[in-house]
Design a protein around this ligand. Structure first.
Ligand SMILES: CC(C)(COP(=O)(O)OP(=O)(O)OC[C@H]1O[C@@H](n2cnc3c(N)ncnc32)[C@H](O)[C@@H]1OP(=O)(O)O)[C@@H](O)C(=O)NCCC(=O)NCCS
Length: 201
């Protein structure tokens, strides 16, 4: 299974950042409820489907690398975890990788939305899916880690309900062999976050 999965890694990733967003046939359908109409961010997520990736799917490398790297590290959790694809109008507009890292703990190892589709609620829809999948599997906690310089991502996760539980100092310096900069802020530390889950009824 792992070997077959690795073969799928060789597929060429589509240049997601060049895709238009919100032009698929599903988006022209009338909204299903009035609440969605009032929320511009949610309107972009109308017609969104989130499904588990199969071996027939091209690995969306551009999206994976938008959130993390280097490739060898991404390949490790891609082989062990499960990838979910967000599709709109039949096109992949986002992805996430979930993995059981310890007993009763699931982690979002990677999550990204295509550039043209960011800020429309797709990322939040994937967080909801991750939370419900982890709850269904009996996990007690859902975790995620992000860079100290990823200020928008820190807001994104906390808005959803994640709380900061720790700092893995110099995680990114070890990972990349140096500190890079994001918005002028040295990217050094991994901010660890978690959400306590309620047992599925
Ligand atoms: C983080 C990410 C998955 C959020 O997906 P999304 O579909 O844009 O999220 P939503 O539309 O549900 O929510 C957007 C909110 O998240 C935050 N956000 C975080 N990163 C953002 C980005 N690069 N662009 C737009 N909004 C971003 C903003 O606070 C935004 O709120 P606002 O509209 O009030 O400004 C997406 O922006 C992304 O792919 N980022 C690059 C990859 C990455 O860094 N992944 C996380 C690694 S830890």
């Amino acid at each position: 299974m792992a070997a077959a999965r690795r073969r799928a890694f060789d597929d060429t990733a589509f240049p997601f950042s060049q895709r238009s967003c919100g032009v698929g046939p599903e988006l022209s359908r009338p909204p299903q409820n009035d609440g969605m109409k009032k929320n511009a961010r949610m309107t972009g997520a109308t017609g969104l489907k989130i499904r588990r990736a199969t071996l027939a799917d091209a690995v969306p490398w551009t999206l994976l690398f938008d959130a993390d790297g280097p490739r060898a590290e991404v390949e490790k959790y891609l082989a062990r975890g499960e990838q979910w694809l967000a599709e709109q109008g039949g096109e992949v507009v986002g992805q996430m990788v979930l993995m059981e890292t310890r007993a009763d703990i699931w982690e979002i190892m990677n999550i990204a939305v295509a550039d043209a589709c960011k800020g429309q609620g797709i990322g939040t829809a994937m967080l909801k899916k991750a939370k419900s999948l982890a709850t269904q599997r009996g996990a007690q906690r859902l975790e995620v880690g992000t860079g100290n310089s990823s200020l928008r991502e820190l807001a994104f996760y906390q808005r959803f309900g994640f709380r900061i539980i720790g700092v893995d100092f110099d995680f990114f310096v070890r990972r990349w062999g140096k500190a890079t900069k994001q918005g002028g802020i040295p990217l050094r530390d991994m901010i660890r976050m978690e959400m306590v889950l309620k047992a599925a009824s």
